[in-house]
Design a binder for this molecule. Structure first.
Ligand code: TEU
Ligand code: CA
Length: 561
């Protein structure tokens, strides 16, 4: 048997640099702040750190608008700081992967400035420009952050495309020079020693050349761009070219962020022998609580749907020897305990339960900063305490366009604002949580006097110590990487139960997603007196008998032999 690539046995920890740790008191987390916390991360046991964008940026979208791909954002530090961080991480056997944001640049990038200067400038064709159609925008696409995806530039009599903010013009991947620029900048970082990339919205880089109108959801002013921009006609050609020209030369990991991609389509991105990406982030489980206005809804997911989604991804990718990315949250999503668990009485236990059922799946788990402490969503009273452009746009849309009350708009924001994930890390219970000695760029969650790293670590039953065990289990138990996934009890509305089958031994994983005890009749074939408990967030029978009873938000991993 071939040796597994290192990233199949790895756990990734995602760092949102602005919110992780501020080393110089300006209120903004920075690279030296990360270096200071490497022992905290190494002690947790993770293998890889993914840093959200650290490049020079006007920060319209917190670094996802890049004006220089080869420079460090001054707010975060210097190139020397980065090199020191990378070396210090490598010393501790921690790898670092960077965010590669190449669907779009900042409008302040020199390429775009040149592109805007004249239609005959060689950089003009680095971006996507269209003539007005009957004096109007070329199609009905609405941008992710509100308004049309098309911005008119009167002196050129052309529109440029921006799927995200208007300060984030889309690059024209049809142009081979653009692709060469991307490959060159990738080599720049790989040659410095970075260990891979998380590729931002990589499923959107190839647009349908006919730019078709998208379907309009009732009450919405714009159509969806996905039909004409997601998984476009050349996306696999581009990724195979990138693989051949860059990726193949390095021992690295790649994870594509692929909005609007089904498991079947993901076979093409991650299947063995495709020579594209190692794994992708899908959104199917993120969409289970969407409502009339998309993500800004107050719906709650249903466990039966969640299980169906996760099981489909496990099975579909296994068919082609592909690989899953496993995550509950990231910098764009709410906190996991609030969304999928219980942020009240059972916060700690439900955080551990969520960790258990996620980390025992086949794939590479991603821990978003603070998830290892069971952090929950924030409720700021006033809109002005929120920083994220999406939050401000949606408040305006909900209250002005859809005539929702301010209270209803805030209720959706409390559940789904991206700032839920972006409040600074609470390291201790002091005034600014030990995050900064100055004024933080975004307020800390006011609960940080109760919920913070110092108090969680001091508790041997805290979330951090449980995550240590989960990570250790991945490193030590081969079934966690290799066992064949099988979902049990798909229709049970409360319990998530599955197997990871090997030869002569099997992992049995179960989690209770409710605040009441639940009992399940164990199928005869699985009853096992020789079972061992590999991990549990509660006291539990050592054997797997006729019935399994899990307390509220209880979870267990048995090994059956
Ligand atoms: O997000 C892409 C994405 O899929 C968005 O639609 C995402 O759901 C967004 O946060 C809306 O809620 C990536 C990054 O993760 C995000 O932070 C960036 O803002 C975006 O790309 C543009 O670069
Ligand atoms: Ca700082």
């Amino acid at each position: 048997m071939n040796e597994l690539p290192w990233w199949k046995k790895s756990v990734v920890y995602q760092i949102y640099p602005k919110s992780f740790n501020d080393s110089n008191g300006d209120g903004i987390g920075d690279l030296n702040g990360i270096t200071e916390k490497l022992d905290y991360l190494a002690n947790l046991g993770v293998d890889v750190l993914w840093l959200n964008p650290i490049y020079q940026s006007p920060q319209v979208d917190n670094g996802y608008d890049i004006s220089n791909y080869r420079a460090i954002e001054p707010q975060l530090g210097t190139m020397a700081d980065f090199e020191q961080l990378l070396a210090a991480a490598h010393d501790r056997h921690l790898r670092i992967i960077l965010d590669l944001v190449v669907n779009h640049t900042s409008d302040q990038h020199p390429w775009f400035k040149a592109a805007q200067s004249s239609v005959s400038d060689p950089h003009h064709d680095y971006y996507i420009w269209k003539q007005p159609v009957d004096g109007h925008v070329p199609n009905n696409w609405g941008s992710s952050f509100g308004g049309s995806t098309w911005e008119y530039q009167a002196d050129l009599s052309e529109y440029y495309l921006h799927l995200f903010a208007k300060q984030q013009p889309d690059l024209n991947w049809e142009n081979p020079q653009v692709r060469q620029e991307v490959y060159d900048l990738m080599r720049f970082w790989l040659d410095k020693g970075v260990d891979g990339f998380r590729m931002d919205v990589i499923s959107l880089i190839s647009k349908d050349p006919t730019y078709p109108d998208g379907p309009v959801i009732q009450g919405k002013a714009f159509g969806s761009y996905y039909a004409g921009a997601a998984n476009g006609p050349k996306v696999h050609d581009y990724l195979q070219e990138m693989h051949q020209q860059v990726l193949a030369d390095y021992d690295i990991m790649t994870v594509g962020e692929t909005p609007h991609t089904t498991a079947k389509q993901a076979q093409l991105y991650t299947g063995a022998g495709r020579n594209e990406l190692d794994m992708v982030f899908h959104f199917d489980h993120m969409h289970l609580d969407y409502g009339t206005y998309g993500k800004f809804s107050t719906n709650r997911f249903k466990l039966v749907d969640l299980k169906a989604v996760l099981a489909r991804w496990e099975t579909t990718l296994a068919q082609v020897d592909g690989w899953n990315s496993l995550y509950w949250s990231n910098h764009d999503q709410p906190r996991a305990v609030t969304r999928f668990g219980d942020e009240g009485q059972y916060r700690v236990r439900s955080a551990k339960m969520l960790g258990t059922v996620l980390h025992m799946l086949q794939g590479t788990p991603y821990i978003f900063e603070g998830e290892e402490l069971g952090l929950k969503n924030v409720h700021f009273e006033t809109l002005s305490d929120y920083n994220d452009l999406e939050t401000h746009n949606i408040y305006r849309e909900l209250t002005e366009d859809h005539h929702e009350t301010p209270e209803a708009a805030m209720a959706a924001i409390y559940l789904h604002s991206r700032d839920n994930a972006r409040t600074p890390m609470p390291w201790d219970g002091s005034l600014q949580g030990g995050f900064t000695s100055g004024q933080p760029w975004l307020k800390l969650n006011p609960d940080h006097d109760q919920i913070n790293a110092a108090q969680d670590l001091a508790n041997e039953n805290g979330v951090y110590h449980y995550y240590q065990q989960l990570i250790k289990l991945r490193h030590e138990e081969p079934l966690v990487t290799s066992g064949v996934f099988e979902l049990l009890a798909p229709d049970d509305p409360d319990l998530f139960i599955y197997l990871r089958k090997g030869e002569g031994e099997t992992l049995f994983v179960a989690g209770n997603f409710t605040a009441t005890p639940k009992t399940w009749t164990v199928p005869e074939a699985l009853r096992n007196q020789a079972a061992t408990v590999l991990l549990a967030n509660t006291t539990i029978d050592s054997a797997l008998g006729q019935t399994l009873t899990l307390p509220p938000y209880g979870a267990v991993v048995y090994k059956l032999q």
